[in-house]
Design a protein around this ligand. Sequence first.
Ligand SMILES: Cc1cc2nc3c(=O)[nH]c(=O)nc-3n(C[C@H](O)[C@H](O)[C@H](O)COP(=O)(O)O)c2cc1C
Length: 253
Amino acid sequence: MDSSNKISRREAVKKMGAVAATAAISMSGVGALASCAETVAAGLDRPLKVLLLNGSPRRNGNTFTLLSEIASQLNKNKIESEIFQLGNRPIRGCVACGQCHAKGLDKCVFDDDVCNQIAEKLATCDALVVGSPVYYGMPAGQVLSVLQRLGYSAGKYMQGKPAAAVTVCRRGGATSAFMSLQMAFQMLNMPIVTSQYWNIGYGAAPGEVAKDEEGLQTMRTLADNLAYMLTQFATGTAQPPKREQWKMTNFIR
Ligand SMILES: Cc1cc2nc3c(=O)[nH]c(=O)nc-3n(C[C@H](O)[C@H](O)[C@H](O)COP(=O)(O)O)c2cc1C
């Protein structure tokens, strides 16, 4: 990022503007406002970066296709991103031991899966997108395990950062899974980024969601909105995105 664009933290906070103000209103507590301001300051010292979590055990499946569409559109908006895949190995759930708090770890006390790798990435990203396949109308279990463990142990790295959920299914249950993922963001003071529709796609076999034109467009709009929100947070100078003409399809046709 061009260092000539750097402004002081005080100026940045002053310039946060309407979008950030709206987000700040939805956050509870001074801590949330402080971390929002930290994001503002941090965003000016380095390229803005979004962490995209692929919660599917299928590395190149439909969740990956949707997240790739978001990454590509973020790139057009000059925002960096990284897709991190949870993998197909077991991820334990939270056992409520409280050791993360007792020891002041800012990560989970159990270090035997990808959870703490994600905690480290959360510490340096500016926004989070969580993608999951739909399993029985719910997000995949490993995504929930990671969100619950990290929300509890490393929530300080999530506070104030914009977040979005993305789900993909063969036929049904995408909206309930989508809403379920958003529940965590709402408790972690994360301003939720929206799109022209719920952030869902349809497809069964790996890559099939690429036929869902409206789903892909929803991802691009989400990325534009996220870029707008992040840039507005950072500089207060963002222009609202230009909208594509809505492609309205029934399922994928
Ligand atoms: C255990 C399991 C449960 C599933 N449950 C649903 C479901 O409730 N509704 C649905 O439409 N598709 C369901 N599916 C299909 C997947 O959501 C769909 O194939 C999705 O595209 C997978 O995403 P991925 O390629 O990123 O893994 C299920 C698949 C599995 C393996």
